[in-house]
Design a protein around this ligand. Structure first.
Ligand SMILES: C[S@@+](CC[C@H](N)C(=O)[O-])C[C@H]1O[C@@H](n2cnc3c(N)ncnc32)[C@H](O)[C@@H]1O
Length: 186
């Protein structure tokens, strides 16, 4: 494997689940790499970011690839349900825009607020994919607060899976997948 990053592993897993029938939400659009990836494998992608720069950069990337099954939204992902209420897969690639303003980063408060909304609304059988970056100060707090929250999730209704790189130093990023169980199924 050539320098495989946790986001590549996340993409492999998304590809295994997401189909051309599915509505997907990219909660952190950034430069649009994930939005483009998701648009190619799903029916439609709603993508959020709070930075105009992210929307511009993503729109350019989508145009270059002739993609038109997306809606880019300049708003905090906390307001997801004002824009879309039916979705099966949700992706968070947390932290700050690479090559952007590092002070504009996802935070515990907004990530958790939005995650609580998503877990209630996401379709049964759906999955939330979260790539979490504890290697910077705000990211460490966000990771700690998310871990505290994961412990409180009702395991009768959700399954939490964690994929991490245990032999790497310096708090490497890791992936958490939260499955919403289908009621009346195991
Ligand atoms: C690591 S980057 C995402 C990378 C991106 N998925 C890509 O493929 O390039 C994280 C992004 O989250 C955005 N962000 C921070 N807080 C947010 C919020 N409350 N709602 C939506 N986006 C937010 C930042 O502006 C930043 O662009």
């Amino acid at each position: 494997m050539k320098n495989t990053h946790i986001i590549d592993i996340a993409h492999h897993l998304m590809r295994a689940y997401i189909t051309k029938n599915d509505i997907v939400v990219d909660m952190t659009m950034g430069n649009g790499y994930d939005t483009l990836f998701l648009a190619n494998i799903s029916n439609f992608v709603y993508a959020f970011d709070i930075q105009k720069q992210a929307l511009e950069s993503t729109q350019k990337r989508l145009d270059e690839n002739n993609i038109n099954n997306t809606k880019l939204i300049l708003d905090s992902h906390e307001h997801i349900n004002q824009y879309v209420t039916q979705y099966k897969y949700v992706i968070y690639n947390l932290g700050y825009l690479p090559n952007g303003d590092k002070s504009i980063t996802t935070t515990s408060q907004t990530t958790l607020n939005s995650l609580k909304t998503v877990l209630k609304t996401i379709e049964e059988g759906g999955i939330v994919f979260m790539v979490i970056y504890p290697g910077h100060e705000e990211g460490k707090k966000e990771s700690d607060d998310l871990e505290d929250f994961f412990k409180t999730i009702d395991h009768r209704f959700y399954k939490v899976v964690k994929t991490h790189l245990p032999y790497q130093h310096l708090n490497p990023p890791y992936l958490v997948m939260i499955y919403k169980k289908e009621l009346n199924k195991d």
